[in-house]
Design a protein around this ligand. Sequence first.
Ligand SMILES: *[C@@H]1O[C@H](CO)[C@@H](O)[C@H](O)[C@H]1NC(C)=O
Ligand SMILES: *[C@@H]1O[C@H](CO)[C@@H](O)[C@H](O)[C@H]1NC(C)=O
Ligand SMILES: *[C@@H]1O[C@H](CO)[C@@H](O)[C@H](O)[C@H]1NC(C)=O
Ligand SMILES: *[C@@H]1O[C@H](CO)[C@@H](O)[C@H](O)[C@H]1NC(C)=O
Ligand SMILES: CC(=O)N[C@H]1CO[C@H](CO)[C@@H](O)[C@@H]1O
Length: 409
Amino acid sequence: MFWLWCLTFFTGNMNLVLLLTGLILGNSTTNINDFNNNQIEENLSLQRTWSEYKVEFGKQYESNEEEFLRMEIFERNSKMIDKHNELFRKGTFSYQLGHNQFSDMSHQEYLEKILNIEDITNEPTVKAEPTVQYNWKGDPTVKADPTVQYDNWKADPTVKADPTVKADPTVKYEDFNDEYENPGEFTFMPPENYEVPISIDWRSHGAVTQVKDEEHCGASWAFSATGALESQLFRKTHHLIPLSEQNLIDCTGHYGNHGCRNGTAINSYRYVVHNRGIDTNITYPYHGKQQWFCRYKKFANNPTVRGIAHIAVGNETSLAVAVASAGPVSVAVDARSQKFRFYKNGVFDEPHCSTRNPNRELLVVGYGRSFWVVKNSWGKGWGLGGYIYMSRNRGNQCGIATRAVFPLV
Ligand SMILES: *[C@@H]1O[C@H](CO)[C@@H](O)[C@H](O)[C@H]1NC(C)=O
Ligand SMILES: *[C@@H]1O[C@H](CO)[C@@H](O)[C@H](O)[C@H]1NC(C)=O
Ligand SMILES: *[C@@H]1O[C@H](CO)[C@@H](O)[C@H](O)[C@H]1NC(C)=O
Ligand SMILES: *[C@@H]1O[C@H](CO)[C@@H](O)[C@H](O)[C@H]1NC(C)=O
Ligand SMILES: CC(=O)N[C@H]1CO[C@H](CO)[C@@H](O)[C@@H]1O
């Protein structure tokens, strides 16, 4: 029935469509009145959705052919999203999906162009790993967490994980930080007698910069790195200053990063340690692509990194203690799932994603009972105002604690 849609798309003329539909489908028993008007309604509403989508996400295409292709892909994604959301309403899923800047992309394009996965022929089987023990025993109909107010989230994307729970005031960050005179790199150890709060959200402490947009540069690792560093500096100096991802993109090649293709926050911190500084977003602004030269500008008061704390691999308890006692933590996750791509709100749950094959770096800025509050760098139009709530304590789902690290400043 794609032709029908194309037709409405071009003519926008219901009568003509009905007439032609009758003619083409027509046999002696078909008449126009029998034709299922719901189907046409559906098609028209899809067409409206497409027009709105193009406006909302500023989409323009070079040719009609290109637009057709994109519209077809959009249609497929729309159906997948609608189906998922229907199951969400029945309680099958704990999260909703929605359109975003990737809706006119095939999944293959998403893997290749957005996640920069080198050889996707090896990739599409995102299977659960047999060696990984999930905490919950295979209940695929896992229900939404009843303590989570989805409607609030929808209404207000800035709503906090749990506004009634504050950071533990008895833990002095400076104390923690100063324990390490010459910290180097080490595995994070929970402070002694530390009682982990039930939830925390560093956004409500003013410790997190606004959601950024990496645009066409897949350097999520640089945003993850600046994110943790910005928050650590805030905790130390009480100033929240956006730092320069471009500085990291242009200057960390020798540390194992590959500009807009791939990299890690760990490599970035190592660079900042050796470089004894990182520029701010003002002195080294974002260009969205790797430049030929490193243009680091040395200022007397450039922030720096003294040490790097690694979370014990895969240990979500340790991750929670670090987030609560030290601040936001850089993490790397497996983002290959369709569901991740279109996440909108609720607690994301994808038991089939890999714990050992992370392909996107993000920033954990807090947690609730069942979820991590995770900042992404695909702009505020993606997910829940730019954030995703990822499952917590479900067997290190998607590798949230596999490569978790934060800098000491
Ligand atoms: C007319 O079309 C309908 C629906 O496709 C079909 O069930 C029916 O057999 C057709 N009748 C004739 C005479 O072809
Ligand atoms: C990162 O990108 C470089 C350059 O394209 C490539 O050689 C390398 O294999 C990639 N690393 C990973 C982990 O994908
Ligand atoms: C960083 O700099 C770019 C380029 O000047 C600007 O568009 C962007 O808004 C800045 N980001 C922040 C968080 O200040
Ligand atoms: C995870 O970390 C916690 C707190 O640091 C620790 O008590 C626990 O033994 C660790 N679990 C494993 C499996 O190592
Ligand atoms: C393009 C498009 O969505 N066409 C749909 C029109 O409606 C019929 C009936 O619901 C669908 O089968 C088509 O896919």
